[in-house]
Each structure stands twice: as structure tokens, then as C-alpha cells.
Design a protein around this ligand. Structure first.
Ligand code: SF4
Ligand code: SF4
Length: 254
């Protein structure tokens, strides 16, 4: 079976949050407001096994084990565009954009054999999927799989480090475990948002004050962009608390 797909540059998929590799998150620390999203994936979920391969496995209780997707993320509300989306819907950093954007519409967060549904445009997206468009997926295999392979390998390489980070944070912040438990019970799932600063001490050769100084201006921009809109309240609160921690970090290291 063959699937066709082409991008008409409508820009619609450049709204909302973007999962990043750690490398991309650090590279774009001056461009995206970052967070770590923790997504519980139940044992009955079809992506459970793949999630535990790239993420972690956690016992919420004696009888409940969940998979955890721990993802460095450009944390942007669904209604706001990526700061790199230009007025003509092109990407300002097209030649060096994050792996996630290069691999689109495919995603290494699921097996290569189950990518077909990602080629169905979401509501409002203007992707071309007629036979006029090139064949991009054939017999459950991606035709040009280089970007998919690179992103998958990067995710795999960072897994051990993210597991150590998760074990440490879960042991030092019991509230996080309670929140994951609550989120895992929600119909339709959900995610827990954790400050990106919690990850920095676990990354070798990252200067925390340099990182905080790069993040602060873009987070302040998003505080302004989300001010006053009740639907963006959760994001606004996160940005404000995060900005205060970033400012403290910069000050401590001056
Ligand atoms: S970096 Fe570029 S391609 Fe990626 S979401 Fe932003 S505008 Fe879109
Ligand atoms: S939604 Fe589809 S057509 Fe629009 S920019 Fe994204 S990939 Fe291209």
C-alpha cells in the first residue's frame, strides 16, 4: 500500500508544542521556551512498548506499572505559532530546523510500521495527499527514511541519561509521582509539565547560567504573549514561575 504526501507550506503544523531532542533543545534555547513534558502511557496503550524503549518504566503502585515519555519540548500553546514561523508560513530556520520538524509528518515516537495515520492531515491542515503528491510511505516503510532514522537514533542515545534523570526527580519530588498517577487516570491522557532547569545538572558540559541567560528573553516574550487570555492561563503561570527561576539562576552565577 502506498501513501502520498506533500507540504503546501500552510504553516498550520507550526502551532503548539514541539517535542525536541536534548541536543535541539539546547541548540535552540534562545529561540523556544522550553519545558520537559512527562507523559504517562498505560500498559494497555498500543504505544506502551515503544514508549518504554525510548523512555522509562515506572511503578505507580505495587500493581500499576506505566511507561513514561520524557520529552524536552518547545512548550508553546496550541493557539500560538512557533516563534520561527515567518509571515509567509515558511520556517525562518529552514536549513537548521530541529530534527522533529525535519522528520514531519513522520514520528519516531512510534514504530515505523504504524506511521500511515500521521499522513492524514489534521483539521485545517492543507497537506497535499492526492496521487499528484509524491509517494512517501510504502508497505509500512518510509521511502526516504534518513531524517526519521537520525531523530530515532538521537532519541535512543539520550534514553539512559533521561532514565537516570527520571529516577532522581521521582525520588526527590514525591508530588511528581502523585501528579503522574492523577494524569494516568485521566480519560484521553495528559502530560505533566516540569521545568527544563531540573534537567540541566544532568547534562555534561552545559553551563547553567549561560543556558538561563539564553532562555530568559524568549520566556519573557511568551509571558507577554499569553497575558490576559484565560485559555492560556496554565502556560502563562508556567512561564512566570520558570522566568523567576531563570532570573535567579542568572543572578546567582554573575
Ligand atoms: S522550527 Fe520551523 S518548521 Fe519547526 S515548528 Fe518552528 S517554524 Fe515550524
Ligand atoms: S500542515 Fe501540512 S501543508 Fe501545512 S505546513 Fe504542515 S506539513 Fe505543510
Amino acid at each position: 500500500m502506498e501513501y502520498h504526501f506533500d507540504c503546501t507550506i500552510c504553516g498550520k503544523c507550526c502551532y503548539g508544542q514541539v517535542p525536541l531532542t536534548i541536543k535541539d533543545a539546547l541548540t535552540f534555547a534562545d529561540r523556544f521556551p522550553l519545558a520537559i513534558t512527562w507523559t504517562p502511557v498505560g500498559a494497555d496503550n498500543k504505544y506502551f512498548e515503544h514508549t518504554t524503549k525510548l523512555g522509562s518504566l515506572v511503578n505507580l503502585s505495587k500493581r500499576k506499572e506505566i511507561g513514561l515519555r520524557i520529552t524536552p519540548t518547545a512548550y508553546i500553546p496550541p493557539s500560538l505559532p512557533c516563534p520561527e514561523l515567518a509571515e509567509d508560513n515558511r520556517c525562518n530556520i529552514q536549513d537548521k530546523k530541529p530534527s522533529r520538524c525535519r522528520t514531519m509528518p513522520f514520528s519516531p515516537y512510534r514504530e515505523e510500521s504504524v506511521q500511515a495515520e500521521l499522513l492524514i492531515p489534521r483539521e485545517g491542515w492543507e497537506c497535499e495527499i492526492s496521487e499528484e503528491a509524491p509517494v512517501v510511505y510504502r508497505d509500512k516503510k518510509i521511502v526516504d527514511r534518513q531524517d526519521f532514522k537520525l531523530e530515532y537514533e538521537e532519541l535512543l542515545q539520550q534514553t539512559d541519561m533521561l532514565r537516570r534523570y527520571a529516577d532522581w526527580l521521582l525520588a526527590s519530588a514525591p508530588e511528581l509521582m502523585r501528579e503522574l498517577n492523577r494524569t494516568s487516570k485521566k480519560k484521553g491522557g495528559g502530560q505533566v509539565i516540569v521545568s527544563f532547569l531540573s534537567l540541566i545538572p544532568h547534562l555534561p558540559d552545559v553551563d547553567i547560567s549561560d543556558f538561563a541567560a539564553k532562555q530568559l528573553p524568549i520566556v519573557e516574550e511568551f509571558i507577554k504573549k499569553t497575558a490576559g487570555a484565560s485559555v492560556l492561563k496554565k502556560h502563562h503561570k508556567h512561564y512566570k514561575e520558570y522566568a523567576a527561576d531563570l532570573a535567579k539562576t542568572v543572578k546567582q552565577h554573575v
